[in-house]
Design a protein around this ligand. Structure first.
Ligand code: SF4
Length: 687
């Protein structure tokens, strides 16, 4: 038996674990006691992370669709076909007719190569990944407010906070190890305020639980600030020394209007005015205070404004730039932070360097050995825009790596119509509803079968290590991308190993300059280094904006006015649907549903319905119910529970046969282009 130290392939907490290997198979997982975040603990997903690796469902050979049916092909046949088709589209219609979906499930090195393939080999910024569906608004909002779009503080600092505000994050389900730290902080005396429509587990432990209607976050956040300013609880010294004064005054004027008094806010949010007042005072009076959020804040048409409002709140309290404070967005996938850092986003090169900056473009062109005049100097299309453009015939070739938009994207029926049109290449571990639509399917290696790095939600870059060989003919993602690039005449995407890719990342990405292959995993940094790390003598950065010195200079407040969600309940569709994840499953379930233990826990989708609503509609617990919106319908089991308030229903979105995203709406945040996955109007009927 061998033990191989690696990083968990599920949520963004970045727990380290050992894979236990026997006779070329991963037979189990053991926690790593010395890891500073996981401290010898793992959640159920982590403990069972080995179970999907040897699933008989793994894709092991390339597949090409001929006459509507998949047939097995050699790598040369499949790669030649992809290169030939993409080159033809490139030559006939130009680089903007191609699109690339990278993946938060791939390593940093693979994401780097994927965006280089798009930008250097195919000269397009049409490269994006699923952060667009979860935290694009975090990047947009926090870059605007602070100058950096990542979690400001580290996970363990939560233990020292005197107050913690958790909103839009069911932390004990989605980030159980972080949820455990919040519970420990609570036991040590921290005040806990939970703002969430559902009565999640943390709500039961909270000093105050506020239940806003989904889609009304800007209103309650403005009202919090209204109360804090009214009570004189803001940090005047911090505001004077560290914030842009004009922007602060404009924001102050907007939030102190009557519109955001607790009483008027109650009419929008349904939060009782006195409760809101008590919560704002409790949070402001117990500093340092940490604010934790997740997709309940970001997945809205006002997602960017929600994030800016969260930043406003923490800035006026002086809760940024110090230990145990911060604005802390929790990333849902193990490498969604890294995929963003690597520039798998339509507007950024690696390290959040803008694609529209000619000086940066010149540097990247030099590093990649391409002519600067051939580079794309416009922001590319985002995930949802690429799907739409495919439907309109503008994107003619689409290469999707490790993504499953047929379950994860909003308005799936429409997504399907769009994805049926282009020449579609999908690279994955398993057959998925998205591979079914592909012209070519390429089999990839799992986290246990390759080397590389992931970046956790707290910006820590740590190693994953190869424990076994990939099954059949499946290959690491970066090898496949390199082969496609070679076939279109660009050799810059081929590397002997991930180490050489990270060497190049170090050279072109200032925040990763000191995070070298040699350092991470060495005795000095056995569990990685947190960016920014500008050189090889730097120890990494635990919290950002130290002392209130923001990355952008001074912190900037923003005026964010409440705008109602794009679809409100009405006579025909009287319920607000909100969607989310559960403890036993990950993303679109391709891995966790192939883990017998996790699958046994929750086998399929369901919808939570408040008992009052259930009684009125004659819906009984565990019976099937038809849920419809203006875009589609699903039939799922009813879970009658007061975890949801009357008028609100909740469905997990992991399950393709009960896909909640058949119901959701593709209305986009105008800045971050994130869809409104967290709220739409539906009706319920007994099935
Ligand atoms: Fe893996 Fe997240 Fe669970 Fe840790 S908390 S074991 S990273 S899924």
């Amino acid at each position: 038996m061998r033990r191989v130290l690696t990083t968990c392939p599920y949520c963004g907490t970045g727990c380290n674990m050992y894979l236990i290997v026997e006779d070329g198979e991963v037979v189990g997982v053991a926690p790593c006691e010395s890891h500073p975040v996981s401290e010898g603990r793992l959640c159920i997903k982590g403990w069972k992370a080995h179970e999907f690796i040897h699933s008989p469902d793994r894709l092991t050979r390339p597949l090409i669709k001929r006459h509507g049916r998949f047939v097995e092909a050699s790598w040369d046949e499949a790669l030649d076909l992809v290169a030939e088709k993409f080159l033809k589209i490139f030559n006939h219609y130009g680089p903007r007719a191609l699109g690339f979906f990278s993946s938060a499930r791939c390593t940093n090195e693979e994401n780097y190569v994927m965006q280089k393939l798009a930008r250097a080999a195919f000269k397009t910024n049409n490269i994006d990944h699923c952060a667009r569906l979860c935290h694009a608004s975090t990047v947009a909002g926090l870059v605007a407010a602070f100058g950096s779009g990542a979690m400001t503080n580290s996970i363990n600092e939560l233990l020292d906070a005197r107050s913690i505000l958790v909103t839009g994050s069911n932390t004990t389900e989605q980030h159980p190890i972080i949820g455990g730290k919040i519970i420990r902080a609570r036991e040590r005396g921290a005040k806990l305020i939970v703002v969430d429509p559902r009565e999640i587990q943390l709500a039961k432990l909270a000093d105050i639980h506020l239940r806003p209607l989904p889609g009304t976050d800007v209103a309650w956040l403005n009202s919090f600030i209204h109360v804090i300013l009214e009570e004189g609880l803001e940090d005047r010294g911090f505001i004077r020394d560290h914030l842009e004064s004009e922007a602060f005054e404009e924001m102050k004027k907007a939030v102190t209007s009557d519109r955001y008094s607790p009483e008027d806010t109650e009419k929008i949010t349904s939060i009782p005015a006195n409760d809101l007042r008590r919560a704002a005072i409790l949070f402001a009076s117990n500093r340092p205070g940490s604010l934790v959020y997740s997709m309940g804040i970001t997945q809205h048409v006002q997602g960017t404004d929600n994030v800016k409002s969260v930043a406003n709140l923490q800035m006026i309290l002086g809760n940024v730039g110090f230990h145990a404070t911060g604005v802390n967005p929790l990333r849902g996938q193990h490498n969604v932070q890294g995929a963003c850092d690597m520039g798998a986003l339509s507007s950024w090169y690696p390290g959040y360097q803008p694609v529209t900056d000619s000086e940066v473009m010149g540097r990247m062109a030099d590093a990649w050995g391409v002519k600067v005049e051939e580079m794309d100097d416009r922001v590319g299309l985002t995930i949802v825009e690429m799907v739409e453009a495919a439907g309109e015939g503008e994107i003619k070739g689409l290469y999707i790596v490790g993504e499953n938009p047929m379950v994860s994207d909003p308005d799936i029926n429409h997504t399907k119509e769009c994805l049926e049109k282009p020449f579609l290449v999908v690279q994955d571990l398993f057959v998925t509803p998205t591979t079914e639509l592909a012209d070519v399917v390429l089999p990839a290696a799992s986290f246990a079968e390759k080397n590389g790095t992931y970046t956790s939600t707290q910006r820590t870059v740590s190693r994953i290590r190869k424990a076994i060989e990939p099954p059949g003919e499946s290959k690491p993602d970066h090898w496949i991308m390199g082969q496609i690039a070679e076939r279109v005449g660009y050799s810059g995407c081929s590397y002997p190993s991930p180490k050489e890719i990270l060497d190049e990342i170090n050279r072109v990405t200032p925040i990763y300059a000191g995070i070298t292959w040699e350092r991470i995993g060495s005795e000095d940094f056995p569990f990685g280094i947190s960016w920014p790390c500008p050189d090889v003598d730097h120890l990494g950065t635990t919290f950002l904006h130290g002392g209130g010195n923001f990355s952008r200079g001074k912190g900037r407040c923003h005026v964010c006015e409440y705008v109602p969600p794009p679809e409100k309940p009405d006579g025909e569709y009287p319920f607000r649907l909100t969607t989310g994840r559960i403890a036993f499953h990950y993303h679109t379930g391709t891995m966790t549903r192939r883990s017998p233990t996790l699958d046994r826990e929750v086998r399929s989708g369901y919808i939570e319905v408040n008992p009052e609503d259930a009684e009125r509609l004659g819906i009984r617990h565990n019976r099937m119910v038809k849920v419809s919106s203006r875009r589609g319908e699903i039939t799922v089991r009813a879970e009658v529970s007061s975890i949801v308030p009357p008028g609100v229903v909740f469905a997990p979105w992991h399950f393709e046969e009960a896909a909640a995203n058949k119901l959701t709406i593709a209305a986009l945040d105008p800045v971050a282009k994130i869809p409104s996955l967290k709220v739409c109007a539906v009706k319920l009927e007994r099935a």
